[in-house]
Ligand binder design. Structure first.
Ligand code: LMR
Length: 408
């Protein structure tokens, strides 16, 4: 019965993790998946998370009943405050519909399904499509294709300058039909680590206002860009403050709380009025019910405790700073090794300039292939490396291999 089913290609990111695990070479390095590691290359359970989960496990009043369809209310409301700010007018005016999701992927998917059902493609005379940055997180295309919204690239990264193609990006924003949908990475762009400056974000927002575009924000790295949770929410908060920009935000706690496997996330849809917001929430609940019924409880309870108990929140802020700080140190070390010690040909300033979990090295596919096959250094074929996979113990080895493939 399945003779017609063709073999699908492996996932571009997770296949690296599987291959890394199977590799017997003792100096192998996993710079593939974007997951934080400590300086021993080990997963790190954040102290704030440890404290919250210990308290939860000890609490005999915690049961295993279903959450409501839209999730744990105290989690979604505190998650909304985290991204929009405690003083957000949109929250005070009850214009934010928040739903707990299966991490960031679930938020992207729920947002995509919602748009596919309710966005006024026909009314506005726009194609059923979403503009996504070139490049973007590999899963974005799959998510939108799966709901019948065609992903279309907009220029974002200029390989010549290894930096933002601001002109190409803003030209596309201007030339797209009014009321087009654009996916924006809220901070720490995946895979390039290249973000617009605050001034550029303002100019981008101006064009959104002018054109009536819809902003589909993906926020998977709040805290990882600067180490400061509020600062990393700057672009989203600026857009929300420009009241006329219709938008939604996909939020993940995989990276900034280290809760990769717990799948904790939220979707926040900001509407023009509280009435619209209530209707939006009711429809999100209908979609959610048919897809997952209700979201998982444990991770959301952990995050809710961290976000609502001041002592835990302070610990979490310190944890996030620590992760961001270690990544910044690794940027400096890799840069110093390449430029001062090895004197590797080329300009490596982008290692310091890029932001967040990833560096886009700017190597070609053959060079990446050699790093992987000969160096046992696992990275995606577009030369993205997860900086969190570098440690004081392996950074020299990695720099040595980068130097080798650049020279030979
Ligand atoms: C990544 O980009 O490596 C992470 O976001 C993991 C994933 O789900 O792809």
């Amino acid at each position: 019965v399945w003779s017609q089913v063709p073999q699908a290609p492996e996932d571009a990111i997770f296949k690296l993790t599987y291959a890394y695990k199977a590799d017997q070479y003792d100096r192998k390095v996993n710079l593939g998946v974007g997951a934080y590691r400590d300086d021993d290359g080990k997963p790190w359970v954040l102290p704030s998370v440890k404290q919250a989960q210990t308290a939860l496990i000890a609490d005999e009043s915690v049961d295993h009943e279903y959450l409501s369809i839209t999730g744990l209310a105290e989690f979604t409301s505190s998650a909304a405050k985290l991204i929009l700010g405690g003083d957000s007018a949109a929250i005070a005016e009850k214009r934010v519909a928040s739903v707990q999701t299966i991490s960031g992927t679930g938020a992207n998917h729920l947002g995509a399904v919602f748009l596919s059902r309710f966005y006024g493609f026909e009314k506005f005379g726009v194609e059923r499509q979403i503009y996504i940055s070139n490049p973007t997180w590999a899963n974005h295309k799959a998510i939108f294709n799966s709901v019948g919204i065609k992903p279309v690239d907009y220029p974002y990264y200029d390989p010549k300058t290894i930096a933002l193609d601001f002109e190409g990006f803003t030209n596309t924003l201007r030339s797209a039909k009014n009321q087009s949908i654009f996916l924006l990475h809220a901070c720490a762009h995946n895979p390039t680590g290249v973000d617009p400056t605050p001034e550029q974000w303002q100019q981008i927002a101006d064009i959104f206002v002018e054109k009536g575009h819809f902003a589909f924000f993906d926020c998977a790295y709040q805290g990882f860009a600067s180490g400061d949770l509020d600062r990393d929410a700057g672009a989203v908060r600026h857009f929300v403050a420009r009241k006329s920009i219709p938008l939604l935000i996909c939020q993940s706690f995989a990276k900034n709380a280290g809760l990769y496997g717990e799948r904790v996330g939220a979707l926040h849809v900001v509407s023009a009025t509280p009435e619209q917001s209530a209707a939006v929430l009711s429809q999100l609940a209908v979609i959610q019910r048919s897809e997952i019924s209700n979201p998982p409880a444990f991770g959301a309870r952990v995050v809710k405790m961290i976000l609502t108990e001041p002592k835990l929140y302070a610990q979490w802020q310190a944890d996030v700073k620590k992760m961001a700080g270690r990544i910044i140190d690794m940027r400096q070390r890799l840069f110093d090794l390449l430029t001062k010690q090895l004197k590797t040909p080329g300009n490596w300033d982008h290692i310091l300039k890029q932001i967040g979990m990833f560096t886009f090295l700017g190597l070609d596919t053959d060079q990446c292939k050699r790093l992987l096959e000969e160096g046992h250094i696992y990275l995606t074929a577009n030369s993205r490396i997860s900086m969190a996979g570098l440690t004081t113990k392996n950074v020299e080895y990695v720099a040595g291999w980068i130097d080798k493939v650049v020279r030979e």
